[in-house]
Design a protein around this ligand. Structure first.
Ligand SMILES: [Zn+2]
Length: 245
């Protein structure tokens, strides 16, 4: 066993024995990691507060490379309390945890962790959770190896007279190359471009009309289905939530 300190977010918790939990951490340095938090369900445990989903901080471990590591302490940096007290935000945050877990599994880059952290901080600051989730889906595409082309027409390379965005073509299409693809509204096209370019940490406002969110969501859902092969349980849950809403 080796002692390690990792920056991490708890993405899953499972009860274990009478008093413990097994936590899944998305760590900056080591990817996805299972740890046992012994005795954390007892009232006096110093691990109690941090051993729950959405805890973010520095986690101290007895690290086992090919097995379950043991949690020995946590410096909590945030518990995202504003998210935890809002059902809609919790649902979208759960979706982000599941999405980023899949992204990190196929990707060694530490910036995947920073990106998830930034999204949760923005959501906790009060930015619209639905718009943030759509932005996150766009940001994850490159990490998943399925780039969406929003700089120019993906058939002829022209950056002028963009007509629509196409799942089959993999991005923008210009007037000349357009055949009979579905036409998305100008705002949807502009936002997809903005989403590709923007630094998430720089955003202080994200207000998008519900019609445009719906279009972007439909486009991205088809795009994910066609190219990524990801099935995310919480996405199905969100679709149901939207139908009810
Ligand atoms: Zn073209």
């Amino acid at each position: 066993m080796e002692k390690k300190k990792v920056e991490a977010i708890v993405i899953r918790e499972v009860m274990y024995s009478e008093s413990s939990k097994i936590l899944t951490l998305l760590t900056k340095e080591l990817g996805i990691l299972g740890v046992i938090s012994k005795g954390c369900r007892t009232l006096k445990s110093p691990l109690r507060g941090a051993s729950r989903i959405l805890s973010y901080g520095n986690f101290y471990l007895n690290y086992k490379k090919d097995g379950l590591s043991t949690l020995t302490g946590v410096d909590v940096l945030s518990s995202f309390t504003r998210i935890s007290s809002d059902l809609s935000k919790i649902s979208y945050a759960s979706y982000l945890l599941e999405l980023f877990e899949q992204v990190r599994k196929g990707n060694e880059e530490e910036e995947v962790f920073d990106l998830l952290k930034t999204f949760l901080l923005k959501m906790n600051d009060g930015l619209d959770e639905e718009a943030l989730a759509l932005l996150a889906e766009v940001k994850c595409l490159d990490y998943l190896g399925v780039h969406l082309e929003t700089s120019f027409c993906c058939v002829c390379g022209s950056s002028k007279n963009i007509r629509t965005v196409s799942v089959d073509a993999g991005g923008f299409l210009c007037d000349n190359c357009y055949k009979k693809e579905k036409v998305y509204c100008d705002k949807t096209i502009k936002l997809l471009r903005m989403f590709s370019l923007v630094e998430v940490a720089q955003i202080s406002k994200l207000e998008i009309s519900s019609e445009v969110k719906k279009e972007i969501s439909q486009f991205l859902e088809s795009y994910y289905d066609k190219y990524t092969g990801l099935f995310l349980k919480s996405r199905a849950f969100l679709s149901n939530l939207k139908k009810i809403g």
